[in-house]
Design a protein around this ligand. Structure first.
Ligand code: URA
Length: 433
C-alpha cells in the first residue's frame, strides 16, 4: 500500500477499506508515515467525512495502538460516562458514588488535562491525601469491594490518538466529526467499559456551539460504540451557561457533595439523574429509566449516595470527614463580589469566558506545568433568566490573588443583560440511542 493512494482515495470521496485504515494507523504510530501525509489525510477526512464503518474501524485501530485495559475481573456491567467537556461540569463526582450506591460498578480512569479547571482527578485532590495512583490489582479490588474506584491514566493508552490529535491541533483538522468521534471513543474502548453513556454538550462553553452539530457528533459516537460491541447512548445537554453555580476544584467538590445530599443546584441534580438513570439501565440494575430514576432519588434521600462518596474517598486515602463537613476543604483567602452596572434580565452568559476567568484565578492550567490552586474559582450568583438590579452581585470571585480587576472585567463581560425578561435555556436537548 502507498499512503499517497489512500490520501487520494479519501480526497476523491471514496470509501477506505478496513485494511487501508489499519495500515495507516499502524504506519503512523510506528513513525513510518510522515506528518505531512497524515496531515493531508486528516484534511481529506475533514472535507469528505467518513462512513460509519470507516469511523468504527479508525476507532478500533486507534484503541489497538496501545494498552487496552482488561476489566473482566470486575463483577457486573461496567458503565463508563464521558462528557465532551464544559464549564462547571462536576457530574462525574456525583454520578460515580450515585450509581455505585445502586451496585453499578464504576471503574473510572480519569485525566488531569488543561483548561478552565482541573480534571476530575485534580478536583478530587482537594481532599487531603486522596490517591489516584492505583496499581491494577488495587483498582480492581476496590471496584469489587466498594463498586467504585478512580485512577489516574497510566500505561500507554491510545498513543496513536495522542500523535494524531497533536497533529490535528496544528493543521486545522480538529473540528471534524469522524475524527473527534473516533478520538473520544478510542479512549473509551481502550479503557475497558462494557457500556458507555455520553454527555455531549452544546452551547457557548462547549466544543459544539450548535445543538445540531452536537447531535451529529453524538450520533457518530453512539454508532461507533454500538458497532464495536459496547452499548452506547448519548444525552445532548446545555452548555450555554456553566453547570451549577460553582466553578473551581474544591468548589465543585462542595457542590457535588450538596447534590449527593439532594441539596444541589437544580440543573446539576437534573442532569445527574438523567445520565445516572441511563447508566443504571445499561448496568442492568433497572428495566426502565423511570424505574432507575426513582432508585437514584431514593439513594439520595436515604443517604446511601453520600455514604458511598465517603467510602470512596476513604478507600483512596482521603479524609471522609470532609464529605460530612465540606467547609473543611481548602477555601480561598478573599471573596470579591462582581456587581452589575446595569439592570434587567440575564439573557446570555459566555460560559467559555467564565471558564477562562476561573483559570486566570488559578483553578485551571494553561500549560501542563502549571500548578492548580484548589481553593479558587467563581461562584455564579446570577444565571440566565434571573433578574438583576443595578449594583446587585452577579458573581463572587474566590481568590488568593491580590490583583483581580482583569478577572472582574471578564466576568462582567460574560454576562449579557437586557431589559426584556428572559427564560433559562433547556437543560436536555435530546437523547440518542
Ligand atoms: N476531545 C478528544 O478527546 N478528541 C478530540 O478529537 C476532540 C476532543
Amino acid at each position: 500500500m502507498r499512503m499517497v493512494d489512500i490520501i487520494a482515495k479519501k480526497r476523491d470521496g471514496e470509501t477506505l477499506t478496513n485494511e487501508e485504515i489499519k495500515w495507516f494507523v499502524e504506519g503512523y504510530s510506528r513513525g513510518e508515515i510522515p506528518d505531512y501525509q497524515a496531515s493531508a489525510f486528516a484534511m481529506a477526512i475533514y472535507f469528505k467525512g467518513m462512513t460509519q464503518q470507516e469511523a468504527a474501524t479508525l476507532t478500533y485501530e486507534i484503541a489497538a495502538s496501545g494498552d487496552q485495559l482488561n476489566l473482566t475481573e470486575i463483577e457486573g456491567i461496567k458503565v463508563d460516562k464521558h462528557s465532551t467537556g464544559g464549564v462547571g461540569d462536576k457530574t462525574t463526582l456525583v454520578l460515580g458514588p450515585l450509581v455505585a450506591a445502586l451496585g453499578v460498578p464504576v471503574a473510572k480512569m480519569s485525566g488531569r488535562g488543561l483548561g478552565h479547571t482541573g480534571g476530575t482527578i485534580d478536583k478530587l485532590e482537594a481532599f487531603n491525601g486522596f490517591r489516584t495512583e492505583l496499581e491494577r490489582e488495587e483498582f480492581i479490588r476496590l471496584v469489587n469491594e466498594n463498586k467504585i474506584a478512580l485512577a489516574g491514566q497510566s500505561g500507554n493508552l491510545t498513543p496513536a490518538d495522542k500523535k494524531l490529535y497533536s497533529l490535528r491541533d496544528v493543521t486545522a483538522t480538529v473540528d471534524s466529526i469522524p475524527l473527534i468521534a473516533s478520538s473520544v471513543m478510542s479512549k473509551k474502548i481502550a479503557a475497558g467499559a462494557d457500556a458507555i453513556v455520553l454527555d455531549v454538550k452544546a452551547g457557548s462553553g462547549a466544543f459544539m456551539d450548535k445543538v445540531e452539530d452536537a447531535r451529529k457528533l453524538a450520533k457518530a459516537m453512539v454508532d461507533i460504540g454500538n458497532s464495536l460491541g459496547r452499548q452506547t447512548m448519548a444525552v445532548i445537554s446545555d452548555m450555554n451557561q456553566p453547570l451549577g453555580r460553582l466553578v473551581g476544584n474544591a468548589l465543585e467538590v462542595k457542590e457535588a457533595i450538596d447534590t449527593l445530599k439532594g441539596e444541589g443546584p437544580e440543573d446539576l441534580h437534573e442532569l445527574c439523574l438523567t445520565l445516572g438513570s441511563h447508566m443504571v439501565v445499561l448496568g442492568g440494575k433497572a428495566d426502565t429509566v423511570h424505574e432507575a430514576r426513582t432508585m437514584l432519588e431514593q439513594v439520595i434521600q436515604n443517604g446511601k449516595a453520600l455514604e458511598k462518596m465517603k467510602t470512596f474517598i476513604e478507600a483512596q486515602g482521603g479524609d471522609p470527614a470532609s464529605v460530612e463537613r465540606p467547609e473543611t476543604l481548602v477555601t480561598a483567602s478573599s471573596f470579591i463580589e462582581v456587581k452589575a452596572d446595569t439592570e434587567g434580565f440575564v439573557h446570555r452568559m459566555d460560559a467559555a469566558l467564565i471558564g477562562r476567568a476561573a483559570m486566570v484565578l488559578g483553578a485551571g492550567r494553561a500549560t501542563k506545568e502549571d500548578k492548580i490552586d484548589h481553593a479558587v474559582g467563581v461562584e455564579l450568583v446570577k444565571k440566565i433568566g434571573d433578574s438583576v438590579k443595578h449594583g446587585e452581585t452577579l458573581a463572587v470571585l474566590h481568590t488568593n490573588k491580590d490583583e483581580n480587576e482583569a478577572v472582574k472585567d471578564m466576568i462582567n463581560r460574560a454576562y449579557e443583560i437586557e431589559e426584556k425578561p428572559a427564560s433559562a435555556p433547556s437543560l436536555i436537548y435530546d437523547t440518542i440511542e
